[in-house]
Write a protein that binds this ligand. Structure first.
Ligand code: AMP
Ligand code: GLY
Length: 435
């Protein structure tokens, strides 16, 4: 296939991550037209929003035909785990069209869609991860015995997708046994029909994104760290992510060399050995335990809000890289990274991650000179955008170091307001080398 010289791109998703992807793609000279489905109030600045649901594959195929899409980029995991790649490939075969796709088929997407599959994959390929046992309703007794063999705290994970909520970390053994039963009885629906019980790993977490073309070629985006808890000092409920720094100082070159040798290379060669044609992004959720990297989880997409801190640092043409991924050859593609640090701070609706009100007007300077304001849960209002989700905006700034970058994001956030707006004021504080 002769690649097009310019691309009509369809990007699936609507969050801050997709805003950052759309922002980068919109700067590419290779872009002819960008469609974002469904997008948000901010993505309109980068392309055309299409009101369709990314898991409605017939609607995605219809948009591919109607807008002459050359490249489909899957921002979030649900369509990939559900087989959007196979669906669009079959559709294009039937209609004689050629569409490149960034994102694996469902066999590769099982790295995120089934934690049991991911753990077995890691065991098969010698990839460092926590000890585990997977159980179902018929093997509860083995599960309880395994829990007894571990030290507290205990980690219980629903096997399937549970909207980021399927992991429980429990201090008490009796409570862990009871939660195991509840999970198997349907606490997370079908997703917890199988449960992965894991040894607890103590360390600091980071996210590494691998771009790969399915043939063993890869490029690593710079590492990032996100802040998951709602409260300052990492207290309170888990969220989708309250901020991210890129790069985290603890991801030293020595650590990253270990990540490449022990995790990236065996993951890619393992996928190839198992006949899985993986063209897309592999998100390594890592934990650094006494200087050694271990895998907490794989995802099959970029992270949110890490992407909002990582992609602004990418100086190379992201669309050129994505096209290479889809065509199965990134061997000649460069990946240049801005040496400055980047930090994003997420502003959320009051009450999030619990219930919150929507429709609040977002006032102030949403196009500051020294930051990038990525929209997440926003929609168009009468005079200004309004809130429509828990995570509303992700404000990214550059700096000579992460501390300078975060100060700039806070300054820009100071000029934005909506009723109930909240953000953590301690992003980077745990990483402070200056104290
Ligand atoms: P996951 O959905 O697998 O990423 O798990 C969600 C969060 O639970 C991770 O980001 C970690 O903070 C925590 N977690 C998961 N597995 C472990 C583990 N084995 N040891 C310690 N923390 C874990
Ligand atoms: N920030 C973590 C994730 O995207 O899963």
């Amino acid at each position: 296939m002769v690649p097009p010289t310019q691309y009509r791109v369809l990007l699936l998703g609507s969050g801050g991550r997709e805003s950052a992807i759309a922002y980068k793609l919109s700067h590419s000279p290779l872009l002819k037209e960008l469609y974002i489905a469904p997008g948000n109030a901010g993505t309109k600045a980068y392309g055309i929003n299409l009101p369709l649901n990314p898991t409605d594959f017939a609607a995605v195929a219809d948009a591919v035909d109607r807008y002459g899409i050359d490249l489909l980029v899957c921002g979030n995991e649900d369509p990939l785990v559900g087989g959007v790649r196979e669906y669009i490939e079959a559709h294009c075969k039937a209609t004689g069209r050629q569409v490149g796709i960034v994102g694996p088929g469902s066999a590769g997407a099982a790295l995120e869609g089934s934690k049991d599959f991911a753990k077995d994959f890691m065991m098969r390929h010698g990839i460092p991860t926590a000890r585990h046992l997977t159980v179902d309703a018929s093997t509860i007794a083995e599960g309880e015995a395994f829990l007894e063999s571990l030290d507290a705290p205990y980690v219980l994970k629903a096997d399937g997708l549970a909207a980021g909520k399927g992991v429980l970390i429990i201090n008490d053994l009796a409570e862990a046994k009871s939660s195991l039963r509840q999970m198997l009885e349907g606490m997370f629906g079908e997703a917890s029909a199988k449960v992965v019980i894991e040894e607890f790993l103590d360390g600091i977490e980071c996210s590494v994104f691998v771009l790969t073309d399915g043939t063993g070629n890869y490029r690593l985006l710079p590492p990032a760290k996100d802040y998951k808890r709602i409260g300052e000092g990492d207290k309170g409920l888990n969220t989708g992510g309250m901020g991210a720094v890129c790069p985290p100082p603890f991801c030293t070159p020595e650590f990253m060399a270990k990540v490449e040798e022990r995790i990236v290379k065996p993951t890619l060669s393992g996928l190839m050995a198992e006949g899985i044609d993986y063209r897309g992004i592999i998100f390594l959720g890592l934990i650094k335990v006494k200087d050694e990297p271990m895998v907490i989880e794989y995802n099959v997409r970029l992270g949110d809000p890490e992407t909002e801190a990582v992609l602004p640092r990418v100086q190379s043409d992201l669309l050129d890289l994505f096209a290479g991924i889809a065509q199965g050859d990134i061997s000649g593609k460069e990946l240049a990274i801005d040496p400055r640090a980047a930090v994003t701070v997420v502003a959320v609706s009051g009450g999030y991650p619990g219930s919150y009100e929507k429709g609040k007007e977002i006032k102030g300077n949403l196009s500051p000179e020294k930051s990038i304001v990525f929209h997440a849960g926003t929609s168009e209002g009468v005079d200004c955008p309004v809130t429509s989700g828990g995570r509303v905006l992700a404000v990214t700034s550059f700096g000579d170091d992460i501390y300078q970058a975060v100060s700039q994001s806070y300054e820009s956030l100071g000029n934005i307001s909506f009723d109930g707006m909240y953000y953590r004021r301690d992003i980077t504080k745990d990483l402070c080398l200056k104290d």
